[in-house]
Design a protein around this ligand. Structure first.
Ligand SMILES: [Zn+2]
Ligand SMILES: [Zn+2]
Length: 149
């Protein structure tokens, strides 16, 4: 999925296409590059924002080149225990557990037991842990969860 980049004026908050900016080749331009200013207020404090592909709002690319194509709010709405647990099962990690449990239970059973235990936590705690896990690579999670839908 391609990101949609928009221009934002940080002075007045105007957001639009880069082609909508006023271009002045006389005033303050650099080596043939136009001086780009906001069509609303005329300021040149212009930066790049990304249009959220879910809600259409725009946000700054805080994650750098690995940036999300959906905004933080929309990402947070996708985080719930079932979804994140499923995502986690697709990305298994090795841990050292007691040889007894490894002998007695299959990995699926261990996951089920831990899930049941996790579900006993308050919702806010579950959310906090899920968010902490997703934040390792929010881009990867967002891509996965949106292809699942
Ligand atoms: Zn402006
Ligand atoms: Zn959004």
């Amino acid at each position: 999925m391609r990101k949609t980049y928009k221009a934002k004026c940080f002075k007045c908050g105007w957001i639009g296409d880069w082609s909508d900016l006023n271009k002045d080749y006389c005033d303050g331009g650099y080596r043939g590059e136009p001086h780009e200013t906001c069509p609303n207020c005329g300021d040149d404090d212009i930066g790049e924002v990304i249009e959220c592909r879910s809600c259409g709002g725009c946000f700054e690319d805080v994650y750098g080149s690995n940036g999300l194509e959906i905004c933080e709010d929309c990402l947070n709405k996708l985080i719930n225990t079932r979804t994140v647990a499923e995502y986690g099962e697709l990305n298994p990690e090795e841990v050292e557990i007691s040889g007894l449990w490894a002998k007695v239970y299959t990995p699926d059973e261990i996951n089920r037991i831990l899930m049941a235990d996790f579900m006993k936590l308050p919702d806010s705690k579950q959310y906090e842990y899920c968010k902490m896990y997703v934040d390792d690579d929010p881009h990867e999670f967002a891509d996965w969860v949106q292809t699942e839908e």
